[in-house]
Write a protein that binds this ligand. Structure first.
Ligand code: PMP
Length: 395
């Protein structure tokens, strides 16, 4: 049977990133390609304790269908967490999602009609680009620098596309660059977006994983008109396999969100919501996040030091203050897919920068993940990449 697939389904059958992630699964390969948390830091025993408690106390209830926007106790706990991040929120502002990925997908479906423009940082999170494209959006990239999305370029792009449906941004330790948008830019962003009447979709799965510098309030903190929809997740703070994310927005927006959430899955896994609610009641989440952050800090510092030691002097790298990624840019016109392929021949996997661009990809770019490999792997892997760069004639 030959299926006549809908426009939402990509026509290609493979891509460079997929090939690299597949190769990275080889135990011989040192992989800086994935975006995986360190599994040895998952609080397995504490999650088991929470699960046992949930079954003992609410076994029948958690196995039943439940409300679309989420388990009310967890909504309340997340509202409390958001207030701790300086966002005004009550349980009524919180909608639980099956990972923040689902929240991105549903918000995109809520706002995008085929042909609509969406503005994103260039480069940005690959799976958000895929979602926006699947919804039929014309995705337009806004230039970045080390302080995040550039406001002069945003103003230009908003002027060129005044009917843009929303601005998508990852303000903290951005995927893929590891960069953080300054507080001043966040305020400018809200002001500009309000001037043009364009909403902001803030995607913040990494903000809690900060190991240097000072915390910057979420963009939602600066929102006075209800135009910012903020998305976050337990994936990086706790465990991605639990698949619990959330959206913080006005109740009127959440009411519309409910319709599409029902179409997708009726509600997020009830058992997992109860487990996280119990974990938050019994365990110390901030202490757990502190433990993860300390390990990531050490790995990031090691990777940065090894980069400085082994990469040619003119190679740029970002200086993340948290999260899981470092962005590298090699001077010249080296094709990033070829660069990644040459690294793979030396048994090191990186993600080529070409995967992350809405517009024309910047050559010679790639993303390094530092959360998932141990010290020896970081040292050996960075040394090998340094060798590849020198072989390719990079100065
Ligand atoms: N947003 C960004 C920027 C991400 O990097 C990721 C996952 N790596 C997600 C959203 C999705 O995370 P999850 O669905 O696990 O919450």
């Amino acid at each position: 049977m030959t299926f006549n697939y809908a426009n939402a389904v990509p026509t290609s059958t493979t891509n460079a990133t997929e090939a690299i992630l597949k190769a990275a699964a080889d135990p011989e390969v040192i992989s800086f390609a994935g975006g995986l948390p360190a599994p040895e830091l998952f609080p397995v025993a504490a999650v088991k304790r929470a699960t046992d408690r949930v079954f003992a106390q609410d076994g029948e209830q958690v196995l039943q269908y439940a409300g679309t926007l989420g388990y009310p106790k967890l909504q309340e706990q997340i509202a409390h967490l958001m207030r701790g991040r300086k966002v005004k929120a009550t349980a009524e502002n919180i909608g639980i999602a099956t990972g923040s990925q689902q929240a991105i997908d549903l918000v995109a479906r809520m706002l995008i009609n085929p042909g609509d423009v969406v503005l994103v940082e260039d480069p940005t999170y690959l799976a958000a680009l895929d979602v926006f494209r699947a919804a039929g959006a014309q995705v337009v990239g806004v230039a970045m620098d080390d302080d995040g999305m550039r406001m002069d370029d945003l103003q230009q792009k908003l002027t060129a596309h005044p009917a843009a449906k929303f601005i998508y941004t990852i303000p903290n330790f951005q995927n893929p660059t590891g960069r953080t948008m300054t507080a001043a830019r966040r305020q400018q962003l809200v002001k500009l977006a309000d001037q043009f009447g364009v909403p902001i979709v803030e995607d913040d799965p990494y903000g809690a994983i900060r190991y240097a510098g000072t915390t910057v309030p979420p963009i939602k903190h600066y929102d006075r008109t209800g135009s910012v929809v903020s998305i976050s997740s337990f994936s990086k703070m706790l465990a991605p396999g639990l698949r619990i994310g959330w959206i913080t927005a006005d109740p009127a927006f959440l009411q519309k969100y409910t319709f599409l959430k029902q179409n997708a899955d009726l509600h997020t896994d009830n058992l997992t919501q109860y487990i996280i609610a119990q974990f938050l009641t019994d365990e110390d989440l901030p202490a757990h996040v502190h433990r993860i952050t300390a390990v990531y800090e050490q790995r990031a510092k090691l990777m940065l030091a090894e980069i400085d030691r082994h990469f040619p002097a003119d190679v740029y790298h970002s200086q993340p203050e948290g999260g899981m990624f470092i962005w590298v840019q090699v001077p010249g016109e080296l094709d990033s897919d070829e660069l990644a392929q040459r690294c793979l021949e030396k048994n090191v996997a990186v993600v080529p920068g070409s995967a992350f661009y809405a517009g024309k990809a910047q050559p010679g770019t790639f993303r390094l993940n530092f959360s998932n490999m141990n010290d020896d792997q970081i040292k050996t892997g960075i040394q090998r990449i340094g060798k590849v760069l020198k072989e390719l004639g990079v100065q």
